[in-house]
Ligand binder design. Structure first.
Ligand code: FAD
Length: 484
């Protein structure tokens, strides 16, 4: 008889575990408290446009091998588009096209770095020195430092800090430089820029997140025998002696099982576990994990303000701009049903602006933030000043990610909990990755591996990193296989 596997939490971690197990003929029961799957990577209904819009634009990088594998397995990969170049816009408004040239890694991006017009040659040389120093293994003394301090110690000029390190790391790790560990900074730089030609590519969904993790994934799982129960919140795990015997739902219903996997956010986990378990030393670190916010502004104009699909704005409040109309999230024109009594607005052009680590927005009014964003957009694309803003939304996810502060890795628990038949998953569990879709999928795959092993099937589910290129090993001394 097939073991009864219960997964709590339908974010990417829970979904990845469900996919890995279902694919191996081990159907699961997945319980999700909300009305939809996807967790922090999901959409919500906007009544004014009548469409599903994402809580925030989610993108992934070429180095995210497990997330890619998850999308390929479930048929979602075709709903992403790979950007052939990144568009960086410096303070002068000039668009710098950052793309890979024909040389092997790590020389493939030389031309891209050279093209950044908002850094002088001396600054680029300082950056090259900084990149080389960061590629070295992190010493324990460095691991204790915030990355801002490391940058000072390595004499990185202010412009290089603000216009390169901030731009890349704050958007990748969603935290400010004084709250990022050297290990996490190194991971982003090595995996994305130094180790392999394909690491830096940005893949953007061409559909709302709901269309990725809602419909098609539900169909994939249920047609293979797994079950999904939405609006089914779990209140507590029930123990029988040393093992988990079941989950008690908020409704009072008890669901029994053999193997359990809990993939809820870090701030929810402890309340679900029995007292004896949440007091275990291995799980004490969870209490010390801290969240960081991400904000997004959704703007619908009556005309296009740029024909770029995306842009990275340097030295500004706005960090990334996504041209959703062009990227294919919504039809080229969306019917906007205005508030009662106003005329129907026929056409709109939809842009998403992302501000990661948006601590500094706390205490400011939505109007004030929107004014600053519109001013910046008009400085970069003057057409914005002529465009009529038809509709806007602002979303701040206060617990978007965990802060990758120095020493964080010691606080993250392994997927195998102190109870044999209970696995932990979620981007916050120990994967070595920051809080990303890749980190979440890795945690789900690792937890699924543990379940398989308990069932006597020793099998690797986790996918390896991209291979480190020969020249990257020679120039930067990187190991052949960077640890996951
Ligand atoms: C605004 C924002 C922007 C981001 N941008 C990016 C990006 O561009 N690229 C990227 O890679 N990552 C990005 N991330 C991070 C990424 O979304 C997360 O790392 C990832 O989705 C986390 O997945 P998870 O499964 O670990 O957790 P979650 O997505 O939080 O899933 C946990 C699930 O558990 C459910 N749950 C909670 N309690 C219970 C309960 N008691 N019973 C049943 N179910 C329960 C929740 O409803 C939720 O669905 C972003 C995150 C945010 C918030």
């Amino acid at each position: 008889m097939s073991p009864r596997i219960v997964i709590v939490g339908g974010g990417l971690a829970g979904l990845a575990a469900a996919v890995a197990l279902t694919e191996r003929n081990l159907p699961c029961l997945l319980l999700e408290s909300r009305v939809r799957l996807g967790g922090r990577a999901s959409s919500f209904h906007d009544p004014t446009t009548g469409s599903e819009i994402d809580n925030c634009q989610h993108v992934t990088l070429g180095c995210c091998t497990n997330f890619r594998h998850f999308c390929e397995t479930t048929g979602l990969a075709s709903s992403f588009r790979r950007e052939p170049a990144l568009h960086f816009i410096g303070p002068s408004g000039k668009v710098d096209r950052f793309a890979a040239g024909p040389l092997p890694a790590p020389l493939h991006l030389l031309g891209g770095f050279a093209s950044l017009s908002y850094l002088s040659w001396q600054e680029k040389q300082a950056l090259a020195r900084g990149l080389k120093a960061l590629a070295r293994p992190v010493s324990s003394a460095d691991e204790a430092l915030p990355f801002s301090e490391w940058l000072k110690q390595h004499r990185q000029p202010t412009n290089v800090i603000n216009r390169f390190w901030f731009v890349v790391l704050v958007s990748a790790l969603s935290e400010s430089l004084d709250r990022i560990s050297v290990t996490h900074a190194r991971k982003v730089i090595v995996d994305a820029f130094l180790a392999n030609r394909d690491g830096w590519y940005v893949d953007i969904p061409t559909v709302p997140l709901e269309k990725l993790y809602g419909g098609p994934l539900v169909e994939w799982l249920t047609s293979r025998g797994s079950q999904i129960r939405l609006q089914t919140g779990v209140e507590k795990f029930e123990m029988a002696g040393e093992i988990v015997s079941g989950v008690r739902l908020n409704s009072g219903e008890i669901i029994d099982g053999d193997e359990f996997l809990v993939a809820v956010p870090f701030h929810r986990i402890r309340s679900l576990l029995p007292e004896t378990l949440s007091a275990q030393p291995d799980l004490q670190g969870i209490e010390q994990l801290e969240p960081a916010p991400i904000s997004s502004l959704h703007l619908w104009f009556d005309r296009p303000i740029t024909d770029l699909p995306h842009a990275v704005l340097v030295d500004r409040l706005c960090q990334w701009v996504f041209n959703r109309t062009l990227l294919g999230n919504t039809p080229a024109s969306t019917s906007l049903a205005g508030p009662p009594g106003t005329d129907l607005v026929e056409k709109s052009f939809y842009y998403q602006i992302v501000i990661s680590a948006s601590h500094q927005l706390g205490g400011r009014s939505k109007e004030d933030i929107q004014q600053e964003v519109l001013k910046e957009l008009a400085e970069v694309w003057p057409e914005t000043a002529n465009a009529k803003l038809l509709h806007s939304r602002q979303v701040t996810e206060h617990r978007a990610v965990f802060s990758p502060v120095p020493g964080i890795e010691g606080l993250r628990p392994a997927q195998q909990s102190p109870v044999a038949n209970l696995q932990l998953a979620g981007d916050w569990t120990r994967t070595g990755w920051p809080a990303t879709m890749e980190g979440a999928v890795r945690s789900g795959y690792l937890a699924a591996e543990n379940i398989l092993s308990r069932l006597g099937k020793r099998e690797r589910v986790i996918r390896p990193n991209l291979k480190t290129a020969f020249l990257s090993r020679v120039i930067y001394g990187l190991p052949a296989n960077e640890p996951g």
